[in-house]
Design a protein around this ligand. Structure first.
Ligand SMILES: Cc1cc2nc3c(=O)[nH]c(=O)nc-3n(C[C@H](O)[C@H](O)[C@H](O)COP(=O)(O)OP(=O)(O)OC[C@H]3O[C@@H](n4cnc5c(N)ncnc54)[C@H](O)[C@@H]3O)c2cc1C
Length: 426
C-alpha cells in the first residue's frame, strides 16, 4: 500500500481493521482524498484470524446484537446485510453459506483482506500509513488534528474513528479509541470481554483436558436456566471452550458482574445419540430433562453388556473413565446434567469481542456521526454494540464503516443542534 504523501487529507480513518477498511473502500469509490492511520505494521491483521482463519464475514440470517441492539439494527436498516454482500461481490469476493454463516468460498480469511486491499491499492487518492498509533485527536478551526505516538501530526476535515475495542490485544485491540472519544466528551459504557472461554471449577473436569464432545450447554443462575447453546464443547485445564461456550459467555459475565452465581449444566445427549448434534443457540430447557431417556438407554445396554463395560463404545475413554463406576441413575444424571460452577469469563486476551463501548445515544445511526462534534464519525467494535458468534460482529463493523464513510464523503450536514464544538461540514 502507498505511503502517505503529505499530512493533509479530507477524510482521516483511524484504524485499518474491518470497519476502517470497509470505510476506505467507499471513499475509494467516492473519490475522496483519504488517509488511513494504522497502529500495527499491517492493516487487517485481525481479519486474518477471524472464523479460525476462514473469516465468517456475516450471518446468512437475521443479525443478533447485544449492548444497544436497537442502534445496531438501525444501522443495519441503512446499510443492510444484502448491501454488505453486494459490496463484497463488487470487490470480487466469491462467498458461500455454511450452516447459516457466510464465508469466502475459498475458505480463506486472506481472500477477504485481499479484496479490500486491492480496492484501496487501486485508488490513488486513498493512502495508508502503518505503525502510526494515534494518541490524540483535537478539533481545530478547519477540521481535526490527529497526533501519533511518534509526534507526527495529521490534519483532516473529517475523521472516522475505527480503531476497534479491547478484545484480542495481540491483534490490535486496546483502549485507544475509548481514550480518544472520551477526550472529546463521549461517554464510555464499561467494557468487558464477550465471546470468550469460561473458567470453571477444575475438580469436576480433571483429566478431561483436550476432550471435544458435542453437548447442549445450559447456563444456570441457581436452578434457573438463563441461556443455552448447542455445539462442540472443549474441556481445557482452566475450564471450557468452544463456540457454544463463547455464546454463553456474555450472559455468564452479566451474572457474575451482578454478583450472582453462574453454573453450566452439560447435557451430553448429542454424544449419546439421544439428541441431534446442532451448532446454534437453543432455547434454555429445564436441566435434567433428558435424564429419563438416558436412564432407559443405560438400562437397555446393561441387559446386553458385561458389568463394567456399560460405557464402552458409547463415550470417549476419558469421559468413560471419569464416570465409569457410578450406578445407573447417577450416571444418567451425570451424562445429561453435569454441573460445572463458572468462576470467570476469560479476559480480553482471549475474547473475540468487547461488550460495552462508546455510548450509542451520542451517535446518529443515520450517519454514524457524533452528536457532540460535526465531522467526527465512529464505526465498529468501539461502540456499545456486540454481536453473537456467527459473523454478526464483522457484519456490524462492515455496515457501520460503510455508513460512516458514505456520510463523511457525501454529507453536507451541518453539525447537530447542541453540538459542543461545532465543526464546519461541507
Ligand atoms: C480471534 C478472533 C476471531 C473472530 N472471528 C470472527 C468471525 O469469524 N466473525 C465475526 O463476525 N467476528 C469475528 N471476530 C470479531 C471481529 O473480528 C471484530 O468484531 C471486528 O474486527 C471489529 O472491527 P473493527 O473495525 O471495529 O476493529 P478491528 O478489526 O479490531 O480493527 C481496528 C484496527 O484499528 C487499529 N488501531 C487500534 N488503535 C489504534 C490507534 N490508536 N491508532 C491507529 N490504529 C489503531 C488496530 O490495530 C486494528 O487494525 C473475531 C475476533 C477475534 C479476536
Amino acid at each position: 500500500m502507498r505511503p502517505a504523501r503529505n499530512n493533509q487529507t479530507d477524510i482521516l480513518i483511524i484504524g485499518g481493521g474491518a470497519s476502517g477498511l470497509a470505510a476506505a473502500c467507499i471513499c475509494a469509490d467516492r473519490g475522496a482524498d483519504t488517509l488511513i492511520l494504522e497502529k500495527q505494521a499491517r492493516v487487517g491483521r485481525k481479519i486474518l484470524s477471524t472464523g479460525n482463519g476462514r473469516c465468517n464475514l456475516m450471518p446468512a440470517g437475521e443479525p443478533v446484537f447485544f449492548g444497544d441492539a436497537a442502534f445496531a439494527h438501525a444501522v443495519l436498516s441503512r446499510v443492510t446485510s444484502e448491501q454488505v454482500r453486494t459490496f463484497f461481490t463488487s470487490l470480487g469476493l466469491t462467498m458461500r453459506e455454511d450452516e447459516g454463516r457466510v464465508y469466502p468460498a475459498s475458505g480463506q480469511a486472506a481472500a477477504v483482506l485481499d479484496v479490500l486491499r486491492l480496492k484501496i491499492d487501486n485508488a490513488p487518492h486513498v493512502r495508508v500509513v502503518t505503525n502510526a498509533p494515534v494518541v490524540a485527536l483535537d478539533p481545530v478551526a478547519d477540521g481535526w488534528r490527529a497526533r501519533t505516538k511518534e509526534g507526527e501530526a495529521y490534519h483532516a476535515r473529517r475523521v472516522i474513528l475505527a480503531g476497534g475495542g479491547s478484545a484480542a490485544p495481540k491483534l490490535g485491540g486496546g483502549e485507544d479509541m475509548y481514550t480518544l472519544a472520551q477526550s472529546l466528551g463521549h461517554t464510555l459504557i464499561p467494557t468487558r470481554p464477550a465471546l470468550s472461554q469460561l473458567e470453571t471449577d477444575t475438580a469436576p473436569i480433571r483429566g478431561l483436558s483436550g476432550l471435544r464432545v458435542p453437548a447442549i450447554l445450559t447456563l444456570l443462575s441457581g436452578e434457573t436456566p438463563v441461556d443455552a447453546a448447542s455445539g462442540e464443547l472443549l474441556f481445557t485445564d482452566y475450564g471450557v471452550s468452544g463456540v457454544c461456550v463463547m455464546q454463553l459467555s456474555r450472559a455468564a459475565g452479566d451474572l457474575l458482574a451482578a454478583g450472582r452465581d453462574a453454573s453450566l449444566s452439560i447435557d451430553f445427549s448429542p454424544l449419546l445419540g439421544l439428541a441431534p448434534i446442532r451448532y446454534e443457540r437453543v432455547a434454555p430447557g429445564k436441566p435434567g430433562q433428558n435424564v429419563p431417556a438416558c436412564e432407559a438407554l443405560l438400562r437397555d445396554r446393561a441387559e446386553r453388556l458385561p458389568p463394567g463395560n456399560l460405557l464402552t463404545g458409547m463415550l470417549p475413554r476419558l469421559l468413560a473413565e471419569r464416570l465409569g463406576n457410578l450406578p445407573i441413575p447417577a450416571l444418567a444424571r451425570a451424562l445429561t446434567d453435569y454441573r460445572l460452577p463458572v468462576r470467570a469469563v476469560r479476559g480480553f486476551a482471549h475474547a473475540q469481542v468487547t461488550a460495552g463501548g462508546i455510548a450509542t445515544h451520542e451517535i446518529d445511526p443515520d450517519t454514524m456521526m457524533s452528536r457532540l462534534h460535526g465531522g467526527l464519525y465512529m464505526a465498529g467494535e468501539l461502540l456499545d454494540v456486540d454481536g453473537d458468534c456467527g459473523g454478526h460482529n464483522l457484519l456490524f463493523a462492515w455496515a457501520s464503516g460503510m455508513l460512516a464513510s458514505q456520510s463523511a464523503c457525501g454529507s453536507s450536514r451541518q453539525p447537530p443542534p447542541g453540538a459542543q464544538s461545532p465543526k464546519k461540514v461541507t
